[in-house]
Ligand binder design. Structure first.
Ligand code: GDP
Length: 197
């Protein structure tokens, strides 16, 4: 397995519309999930940084696709979070158009990291997202974040509910994770490394 220097992480650009999407032959790992699920925190935890991807950013300000270049070998693509009720209709429409454009080209994505809340049944939007991966055959890893907020006995049943709701099969990768504590980081990292050339 090639080495990846996670300390060598660079913010490349923020795309506010499809014209700004990055075209590259290098592998791209996308991070998707509903707003506030801890997407930025998961990216920061993977990179062992505190404030690299912004945490707790105002939802109206997050409708961008952010590109990070990791060790000049792989791109992390931070997609704007979905399902934020308080976002204005025009912004939601902008989000929809941008995501439609982004997901119109599965070749753009080498691996999807979908972050869900380990405490709750996945939302309708989560199911839509997972269905896109199932239908395109694009590789998917599901990260069940915030397990530190669960009792130990709750983790297994919740993972089962998540797997069922998202129609994950036996071979699917579902990682119990805590961005706060670092739980699951090594497992996720091993999955990410699989797409690094
Ligand atoms: P994003 O909107 O998906 O990028 O979410 P953020 O990374 O900004 O996190 C949203 C909130 O959830 C913040 O207050 C984080 O501190 C908190 N958070 C993120 N991950 C965890 C976790 O694993 N455990 C706990 N307890 N809180 C978390």
């Amino acid at each position: 397995m090639p080495a990846l220097n996670l300390n060598n992480a660079e913010f490349i650009k923020s795309a506010a519309n499809p014209n700004g999407f990055l075209r590259t032959d290098e592998p791209c790992i996308i991070f998707a999930g509903k707003s506030n699920v801890g997407k930025s925190s998961v990216i920061n935890r993977v990179l062992n940084r505190k404030n690299f991807a912004r945490v707790g950013a105002h939802p109206g300000k997050t409708i961008h696709v952010n590109y990070f270049h990791i060790d000049k070998k792989v791109y992390f693509v931070d997609l704007p979070g979905y399902g934020y009720a308080s976002v204005a209709k025009t912004e939601r429409e902008r989000w929809g158009k941008m995501m439609e454009a982004f997901f119109s080209d599965p070749d753009r994505i080498d691996l999807g990291v979908m972050i869900v809340d380990s405490r709750h049944k996945p939302t309708k939007d989560d199911v839509t997202m997972a269905d896109w991966f199932h239908s395109t055959g694009c590789p998917l890893v599901v990260v069940a974040n915030k397990t530190d907020k669960l009792k130990k006995s709750e983790i297994e049943p919740n993972l089962k509910l998540i797997a069922e709701t998202l129609s994950l099969d036996e071979s699917a990768v579902l990682i119990p994770f805590s961005a706060e504590k670092g739980t699951g980081r090594e497992l996720l990292l091993a999955e990410l490394m699989k797409v690094v050339k």
